[in-house]
Design a protein around this ligand. Structure first.
Ligand code: AMP
Length: 122
């Protein structure tokens, strides 16, 4: 069943300029800004400018240009933050089991400290 994109989610409002963000990078199809509650010295969110709920929606409907732009933006953000050598995590929470809070696709780029193992047992 097709899901409906919530036009009033917080990242849609940031993209429309209705609420501020600390912009890190803007490209033709993507925007990156600092997470408001950083979990590490580097914690940047990369979002596509288009209205996509999550990775499933994005990879099913986005154009090749949007997908290429988005993935390059993730890499560029990590380079700009200087975390490539030390290492970083790029992750996207998608849907209920992953506790996605904001229903607009975003990749967290997190680094600047040891991040531990990705998943701990419940
Ligand atoms: P997720 O659980 O993957 O959906 O993560 C949503 C992220 O959005 C969280 O890390 C929040 O801290 C972050 N967030 C929520 N509102 C804002 C905002 N206005 N500006 C920047 N980051 C935000």
């Amino acid at each position: 069943m097709a899901r409906t994109y919530d036009q009033n989610n917080v990242f849609a409002r940031i993209l429309r300029g209705e609420i501020p963000c600390k912009k890190v990078l803007e490209t033709a199809h993507s925007l990156a800004f600092n997470d408001i509650t950083p979990q590490a010295p580097t914690h940047v969110l990369v979002v596509p400018k288009g209205a996509y709920i999550d990775m499933d929606d994005f990879t099913a409907r986005a154009t090749d240009a949007e997908i290429a732009d988005f993935m390059r933006a993730v890499g560029e953000v990590a380079r700009m933050a200087g975390v490539v050598e030390s290492g970083y995590r790029a992750l996207s929470n998608c849907g209920p089991a992953a506790h996605q809070e904001v229903p607009h696709l975003h990749v967290h780029v997190v680094g600047g400290r040891d991040l531990g193992r990705m998943l701990k047992t419940a």
